[in-house]
Design a protein around this ligand. Sequence first.
Ligand code: 13P
Length: 331
Amino acid sequence: SRPVRVVVLGSGSWGTTVASLAAHNTRTTLWCRRPEVAEEINGERRNRQYLGERPLPDSLDATDDIESAASRADVLVVGVPSSAVRATLTEVAPTLRAWVPVLSLVKGLEAGSRMRPTQVVGECLPGHPVGLLAGPNIASEIIDGMAAAAVIATQDEHVATALQPLFAAPRFRVYRNTDVLGCELGGVLKNIVAIAAGMAEGLKVGDNTRAMVLARGLAEMMRLGEVMGADPRTFMGLTGMGDLIATCMSPASRNRRIGEALARGLSAAAAAKELGQVAEGVKTAPIVMQLAEEYGIDMPIAAEVEAVVSGRHTPEQAYAGLGTVPPGTDE
Ligand code: 13P
C-alpha cells in the first residue's frame, strides 16, 4: 500500500519541525501561507526566518496551495497560531477527505469562544478524529536532533497508535495519552507561567523565586484543569510539568522572551513586535483569567501576568503582589 501523506498547515518553527520529522517517515507536505517561504524550502531546504541555516529534509515538499495540499492529506496537522485556526480550517474543509485524522500543535485558546484548538477542529471539521501533539518541544533543539519526547493525545487510542510512528524519530519519543483536555490545557497554561518566569529573569531574581514560580504555576494549572474535567495527574507529565519546565527555562522560548521584554519596561504590544513571532500566552492570559473567575479558581500568578500584559501592573508590582499570601491559605 502507498505510504500515507502527512500535510502540515503552518510553516512557523514548530510546524516546519514537525513536518521535517514526518518527512523522514512518510510523504509530507508543508503548507506555507507565504509563497516565498515555500520557495525557500523547496529550492534551498531552509526556513531561515524561523530555523536559520538548519537544513530541512530533501523529501519535504512545501506549497502555498492550501486546497490542493488538503485534498491530498491522509493526516492533517494544524500548526498555525490559535487566532488563525478557524479561518485556516474553514479553507481546508471543502477538500479534506472524510475520516482524515487531525492533529493540533496549537498551544493557545481562541479569543471570544475561549475554545481549545481541538474543539475548534471539531466544529470546523465535524466527524474527523481529532487529537494533539504536545510536550517540552523547543523546535530548534528537535530539528538539531537532541533527545526529546512528546505526547499524542486522542480519545481513540487506535488513532494515536497509528499516528505515533509518523512523528517519532530515533531521539524523539512519542507517547500516547487519552486525557485530551489535560494535555491540551498543559500546553496552553504553561505559556502564561513562562511569561512570569521571563519577567523573573528580567528582574534578576534568585533560584528560590524561579522554583516558586514553577511550582506554584503548576499548582494553578492543575487547579483549573481539574475543575474543567482534566485528570490532575496529566499535569505531572510531559505536557504539563515537562513543557512548563522547558518553556520557563529556555532562553529560546517566545513566551519567556515576552516576559523578559516586559521586565525591560516594554508594553506587551511592543514586546510582541520586537519578538516578531506569536507568543500565545499574551492573548491567552486574559481568557484564562475569565475561566478562573467563572470556575472560582485562585490563580495569583496568572492574574499578575494578565495585569502586566494588559498594562495595569508593572513587573515590579507583579512581584510585590506574589509576596503576600492571605492567612489561612493552604499550599
Ligand atoms: P514558546 O511558544 O514560548 O516558544 O514555547 C515553546 C513550546 O511550547 C515548547 O514546548
